[in-house]
Each structure stands twice: as structure tokens, then as C-alpha cells.
Ligand binder design. Structure first.
Ligand SMILES: Nc1nc2c(ncn2[C@@H]2O[C@H](COP(=O)(O)OP(=O)(O)OP(=O)(O)O)[C@@H](O)[C@H]2O)c(=O)[nH]1
Ligand SMILES: [Mg+2]
Length: 351
């Protein structure tokens, strides 16, 4: 018997029937006919299979679409080249909502230049969107807080340009609790346990738009953001070449047209953040993006505003990282350290 196989390394044709280059079977020179043994993947003939008795319990370990853990990601990266996007920023700055909204936007065809090319963690995306959708019917949308000790933190999203001129790009979106980053500020050992930052192809630092609007909170937001940058440069996890995005979230809550002073403050914020990075490197790999992943419809900002700019940034061709040494942080130890450093920060602020 004969079957069609693709000879190109890592092509998804053999596993999913989809040509990596987006070509028709007849147009792809890598797809060839090959002799095929009529026994099957089990190595048994049809007759032997029919006579099998099922006394023995066979357990197959299929991935059910949960977010990936570190170990699972290590395995995945052996077969699929993925870009790791680490989302950092204060608790409730909108990290999880932004990730979930990316998938939502793809499902609703909201992007002009990109299409959805698959995900191994669709249920995990759905789980994160569910509460926001339910509560948005009754008023303000709300995403459940990410647990400090969560170990299943990677969401997988494969994207492609609409013209299918380039191969798809796989993204691993890292959904950590904001407290882990805040705790890193006052505890270097804790910061070092977030080794995934060193492996990031992109470090996306979120700035909460709601806090930018609140004069009593904006100063602390800026100083915390600069401290996060400093700590990860100091321990060498952020490097000259690491692309850094500053993402202002909840742009729908910022009435930029009504108050010119806000525009001036945002200009100042940008300059201050660039100056902070320039203390460590003269990198030009810094981008500012404004987003409203889940707009509540004020200030005429639509849902999903700015997300395409992010997709466009992440889909650029760059060197991907070696995956051998991805290590998890240790949730239990980190949680304990977190509480201790949280206490220390409170004291620091009171003083
Ligand atoms: N108005 C508005 N609210 C938003 C937007 N994005 C997120 N939010 C709200 O901000 C709150 C916090 O969002 P999360 O995504 O849970 O924040 P997080 O950074 O993941 O928080 P932690 O998991 O605690 O670190 C939720 O109630 C969201 O509904 C937005 O674009 N506009
Ligand atoms: Mg979260």
C-alpha cells in the first residue's frame, strides 16, 4: 500500500494533514508517495487487532488542552519552534485578560493581517475567557486572579499572516501571577527563581491604564515597573538584545482626547522608562503599545484595541532561544518568600 508523506523536517502534514507552507498537495515538492506497511501504528495486523482482548488497561497520555507546565513545554520545544512571551507587571494589570483576548480576537476574525493557525491549549484559553464573558453581560468584565503557585502557565497559540506567505509562528504566552514580579523587586533570590524571564524571546511589561489615571497610584506603578526592569537586568535575565514591550492596558479607561495632561504624563512615562533601560543598555529593542483587551466601551475604544500591533511584533523573524535549561520556579518556596517580601515592602512604604 502507498501513502503520502512530507519529507520536510517539522512539517505538520504528516501529523495534521496541513502543509507547513500552506501549499496544495500537488504543489509541494516535499510531499511524496511512500510504500506503507498495512499493519498499523501498533505493529499488529488487522486480524491480530480484532482478536485482542481488553483485559489490560492501557493508559494513553493525551494532552487535554490545559495550559502547559514547564516540563511539558520543555518537551514541546523539542518538536516545535516556539517564541516565549513573558508577561510581567503588577497584579491585576490585565495580563491574563490580554492573553485570553488574543485567542478571542482570532476566533472572531478581528485581525486584518493575521489568521489563527492552531492552539494546543484552547480549553485553557476558554477557561480564562469564560468569567470575563459571563460577567461582562451583567456589567464590568472580570478575569479571575492568576494563582501565585500555579504551575500550568503556558498558553500555546499558532498564528500566520493572512497571505500565507510565511510559515506559521508558534507563541507560548507565559501567564504568571503579578505578585511574583512585585515580590522580585525586594528579593533577588526570588527574582532568580523566575528563570523563564531569561528564556523570553519577548519581555512584555504591562502598565495598568486604570492606575495611570489614578494620581495616587501612578507614581508607585512607575517606580515598581522600573524596579522590575532593574532587578532582571541586574541578575542578567534581561539582556541588550531582549525585545521589551511596554503595554499600556485598559486604554478604554484613559480619556486621552478629553484631557491633554494625560497625554503629557504618558510622554513623561515613556521617557522615564527608556532612561531606566538606558542605565543598563543602549538597546533600541523597546516598543510601546496601547491596548484595550476587554474594553468596557467608554472613550470610544473598541474591544481588542491594539492587539494586532502586538501580534505583528511577536511574529517578526528573530532568533529563538535554546530550550535545554528551562527550569520552573519553585512555587511553594516562592509563595513563602512572596509573603515575606510583601511584608518587607509594606514596611518600606510606610517608612
Ligand atoms: N476596562 C478594562 N478592564 C480590563 C481590561 N483588561 C483587563 N481588565 C480587567 O482588569 C482586571 C484584572 O485583569 P487580569 O487579566 O486578571 O489581570 P492580571 O494581570 O492577570 O492579574 P494577576 O493574575 O493577579 O497578576 C480584570 O477585572 C479585567 O476584567 C481592559 O482592556 N479594559
Ligand atoms: Mg492573571
Amino acid at each position: 500500500m502507498e501513502r503520502l508523506v512530507c519529507k520536510q523536517k517539522d512539517c505538520t502534514f504528516n501529523t495534521q494533514g496541513i502543509c507547513l507552507e500552506g501549499l496544495a498537495i500537488t504543489d509541494c515538492s516535499f510531499i511524496v508517495e511512500e510504500d506503507f506497511d498495512d499493519t498499523n501504528d501498533t505493529g499488529l495486523s488487522i486480524e491480530e487487532l480484532e482478536n485482542l482482548s481488553f483485559d489490560t488497561e492501557i493508559v494513553y497520555d493525551l494532552h487535554k488542552g490545559r495550559a502547559f507546565s514547564y516540563d511539558e513545554v520543555r518537551n514541546l520545544l523539542k518538536t516545535e519552534d516556539c517564541k516565549i512571551i513573558v508577561f510581567a507587571g503588577d497584579a491585576e494589570s490585565g495580563k491574563t485578560t490580554l492573553m485570553a483576548s488574543l485567542n478571542d480576537a482570532f476566533q472572531h476574525g478581528k485581525f486584518e493581517n493575521f489568521i489563527f493557525a492552531g492552539s494546543l491549549t484552547l480549553p485553557a484559553f476558554e477557561e480564562r475567557c469564560f468569567n470575563a464573558r459571563i460577567s461582562s453581560k451583567g456589567g464590568k468584565p472580570s478575569t479571575p486572579r492568576t494563582r501565585l503557585t500555579s504551575t500550568e502557565i503556558f498558553l500555546h497559540l499558532k498564528i500566520r499572516d493572512k497571505e500565507v506567505s510565511y510559515p506559521p509562528v508558534s507563541l507560548l504566552l507565559c501567564d504568571l501571577s503579578g505578585e511574583l514580579f512585585i515580590n522580585s523587586i525586594s528579593d533577588l533570590e526570588h527574582a532568580k527563581s523566575l528563570m523563564i524571564v531569561e528564556k523570553a524571546n519577548h519581555f512584555s511589561l504591562l502598565l495598568d491604564g486604570e492606575k495611570i489615571m489614578d494620581k495616587s497610584q501612578r507614581h508607585l506603578l512607575l517606580s515598581d515597573t522600573k524596579d522590575i526592569i532593574r532587578v532582571f537586568f541586574q541578575i542578567g535575565y534581561l539582556k541588550k538584545e531582549t525585545p521589551i514591550e511596554f503595554i499600556i492596558t485598559k486604554w478604554d479607561l484613559i480619556p486621552i482626547d478629553k484631557d491633554p495632561k494625560i497625554g503629557e504624563y504618558i510622554e513623561f512615562l515613556y521617557k522615564d522608562l527608556i532612561a531606566c533601560i538606558n542605565d543598563f543598555t543602549s538597546s533600541s529593542n523597546i516598543t510601546f503599545v496601547k491596548t484595550a483587551a476587554r474594553s468596557i466601551g467608554v472613550n470610544e475604544v473598541e474591544d481588542g484595541f491594539g492587539l494586532e500591533n502586538l501580534i505583528s511584533l511577536w511574529s517578526r523573524k528573530e532568533q529563538s532561544k535554546s530550550v535545554e535549561k528551562i527550569e520552573p520556579y519553585h512555587p511553594k518556596i516562592s509563595a513563602l518568600r512572596g509573603w515575606l517580601s510583601f511584608g518587607a515592602r509594606k514596611v518600606r512604604r510606610v517608612l
